[in-house]
Design a protein around this ligand. Structure first.
Ligand SMILES: Cc1cc2nc3c(=O)[nH]c(=O)nc-3n(C[C@H](O)[C@H](O)[C@H](O)COP(=O)(O)OP(=O)(O)OC[C@H]3O[C@@H](n4cnc5c(N)ncnc54)[C@H](O)[C@@H]3O)c2cc1C
Length: 462
């Protein structure tokens, strides 16, 4: 009985529960679906996925299998491939948000097959790390303590893949909608991406060879590119599993490598975000603390556009926004500062920023993006309080003291990359130094005054 394995943002053979289950069912058709709507909403992530496909296709071919790629809406494509192949079952990983797969089940059933959704190979199954009273954690540290005591399941080896007698047609590895949406940015970003399952494993090994006890401190320094693993994009497109990283890191820890405990803790943030998203599937649109929906956020406006285009006049913020547009990544500390500047100094709704990150990040992950934006905005469960306003100049002095990061993106090679990537309609002039959009102290006072007014109203309502 032929079965389909839909490689749904899990672009690997190692530790792939849906693939293992499919291989037990019979001859397997490995399928990737390139959805034009996804390319429009998440162009950088789509490019990142497209760049993973040649490696995946080659790995499948080396095992006597083949990658079938189809473009279109997932429900329609699944129904079509079922009809083309006579497959009786589709195995796939859960999507995120976790609750929105109803239409898929209906489409697959109507085409005469059954859809089996398998858990992602995260560190722990969703909703399994609970407080003593059986409720999900709202704060990271206690979540981490329990997760650290939990036995993390061993990664699953890649299965043997029996081939079907006949292969359905494939549309090829190109994703034209992603290329069109990325436009001039595609070739620039392509130079910054290291794609493929084997590459992800190599990068993990290289990182574990160089990690030291200084990891926790160095990970805050944006000019120190090798201080962190840079594996978030490989994780986001599923080239490597969190469980594989966990077990390899434990092994390195047993061999006495410093910094590994801090690294495991960072990795656990990803699972924490997923648990929160699992419990609150609208976390990417609604303030986790509902009362914050009544805050006087401003909507999208000219200041937001200046922020997106990296011309706020605040050097560290602009450097970060340029790094993200050109490479698809932004250093974690700089993400916090750029996001805080948008929601506090400019008082713009966090969802405006979340949407731009969702377009530009190669490591875009619905849960991590939503949790971190709500953390910065002060409306999330374990959030940084709104009255704690980052001063981007102070942060720059502390974490980019020698200006290496800012100079790279505002004057150096990074600036040249950015110039090549931006749409011509932005009219980008590399020599123009924009004046600050707001005086930092005045912006801070304005944010605090708005917060005090909001907190008073809120207290009065109680
Ligand atoms: C506003 C904002 C939005 C963000 N959006 C995303 C996103 O869409 N996708 C994403 O993967 N990360 C997001 N992050 C988290 C973080 O910036 C990146 O995971 C990190 O920069 C990845 O670099 P690395 O792989 O070198 O990290 P390392 O230091 O090597 O950490 C290892 C892994 O731990 C996980 N991790 C580390 N920090 C966090 C965190 N704060 N939240 C969740 N997971 C974490 C990542 O999977 C990362 O790859 C966001 C942070 C902020 C402040």
């Amino acid at each position: 009985m032929t079965v389909i394995c839909w490689f749904r943002r899990v672009l690997r053979l190692d530790d792939h529960p849906a693939l293992v289950a499919a291989a037990q069912g019979g001859p397997v058709i490995p399928l990737v679906i390139l959805d034009p709507l996804e390319a429009l909403a998440h162009p950088a992530s789509a490019q990142r996925q497209a760049m993973a496909l040649p490696g995946l296709a080659a790995a499948l071919q080396a095992r006597g299998s083949r990658l079938v790629v189809r473009r279109g809406d997932p429900a329609t494509v699944l129904a079509q491939v079922i009809r083309d192949s006579g497959a009786m079952a589709v195995h796939a990983s859960e999507g995120m948000p976790f609750a929105r797969d109803e239409g898929l089940h209906d489409a697959v059933r109507a085409a005469g097959a059954a859809l089996h959704l398998h858990p992602l190979a995260d560190l722990v199954p969703r909703g399994s790390v609970l407080t003593r009273t059986g409720t999900p954690f709202k704060v990271f540290t206690p979540f981490w303590r329990v997760l650290r005591q939990t036995a993390i399941a061993a990664p699953l080896p890649a299965p043997r893949l029996p081939a079907p007698d006949a292969w359905p047609d494939s549309d090829g590895l190109e994703w034209p909608e992603a290329r069109a949406a990325m436009n001039r940015g595609w070739p620039v970003m392509a130079r910054h991406v290291q794609a493929g399952e084997a590459t992800a494993h190599d990068r993990l090994e290289a990182f574990l060879d160089r990690i030291t006890a200084g990891y926790a401190e160095r990970r805050d320094l944006p000019a120190e590119g090798d201080a962190t693993s840079s594996l978030s994009d490989a994780l986001a497109v599923g080239e490597i599993s969190a469980r594989r990283i966990w077990h390899r890191t434990l092994h390195a820890q047993d061999q006495g490598r410093g910094g590994t405990e801090d690294f495991l803790r960072e990795l656990a943030w990803r699972d924490f975000a997923r648990d929160l998203f699992h419990a609150s599937p609208d976390m990417d649109r609604t303030c986790w603390r509902r009362e914050w929906d009544g805050f006087s956020w401003q909507g999208d406006n000219a200041d937001a556009e200046a922020w997106r285009q990296g011309r706020t006049g605040i050097a560290l913020v602009d450097a970060g926004m340029r790094e993200m547009f050109a490479t698809g990544r932004m250093h974690n500390r700089v993400r916090m500062i750029a996001a805080s500047f948008l929601v506090k100094h400019l008082m713009i709704d966090w969802r405006v920023g979340l949407d731009w990150f969702a377009r530009c990040l190669t490591d875009w992950d619905a849960a991590s993006n939503a949790m971190n934006w709500q953390w910065v905005a002060g409306c999330g469960p374990d959030a940084s309080p709104f009255f704690r306003v980052f001063n981007p100049e102070g942060q720059a002095g502390r974490f980019d003291a020698r200006r290496l990061y800012r100079d790279h993106w505002l004057r150096g090679e990074g600036a040249r990359d950015f110039a090549k990537a931006v749409p011509r309609s932005w009219g980008f002039d590399p020599d123009h130094r924009p004046a600050p959009l707001v005086d930092l102290d005045a912006g801070r006072q304005r944010a605090l005054a708005a917060y005090r007014g909001f907190a008073r109203k809120d207290a009065a309502a109680l």
